[in-house]
Design a binder for this molecule. Sequence first.
Ligand SMILES: Nc1nc2c(ncn2[C@@H]2O[C@H](COP(=O)(O)OP(=O)(O)O)[C@@H](O)[C@H]2O)c(=O)[nH]1
Ligand SMILES: [Mg+2]
Length: 220
Amino acid sequence: MPKITVNKDVKDLNQQQADKNRALFSECGVFVINIIGSPGAGKTTLLENILPRLSKKFRVCVIEGDLATDNDAERIRKANIQAIQINTNGGCHLDAFMINKQLNAIDLANLDLLIIENVGNLVCPTGFDLGEDMRIVVMSIAEGDDKPHKYPIAVLNTDVIAITKTDLMPYIDADTAKMREAIHSIKPQVKVFETKKTSAGYEAHGLISYIEERVNAKII
Ligand SMILES: Nc1nc2c(ncn2[C@@H]2O[C@H](COP(=O)(O)OP(=O)(O)O)[C@@H](O)[C@H]2O)c(=O)[nH]1
Ligand SMILES: [Mg+2]
């Protein structure tokens, strides 16, 4: 049998499970976010900094996907948020079955927001729906402002992009305006938010407000 057929079957089975996950999340009134980005793009740092504000309004839980360690789940637990670690043992993405398997460890009836940090990779996770309501692709400006053009599938398959590490712009040859332009030339309706570390803390106000708006629209 040609390889392409096998791949299609895997994707079809994943989609069926993702639809089941999505129905269950909706039944329980849980809003789900799938965060995708390269290794080191700043996904966990973003979570560490937005969770304290989000957890004041919503009951939150995090699933961390990683090839091998539980470092990221430990970082999230420090913020007093329940964090479940999935190790893919080398697998380059999470799938809908892996998420479903963890759901008996989560009290969905008493949850508003489930955030999933996918395995660090800007290619493989984009083709696997987990049953989420919203995707956030994280691209750091340090990766270069041409990355939307190099990873168009990541842009086409998301609603939101967070451009992280914009505090580094003075030190590198990359520009957030160019990155926004590249994103919108691929998909004009993507919402783009910029985040950065400053001496006063981490700035992600626009993104946090947008998440609050979307969660409220589903759970209220
Ligand atoms: N200067 C700067 N560094 C950042 C920012 N966000 C993350 N980092 C650093 O980038 C590295 C990778 O971050 P991490 O959140 O672990 O990335 P992940 O692999 O995508 O989860 C860490 O050393 C972070 O401290 C930022 O906004 N500004
Ligand atoms: Mg991480």
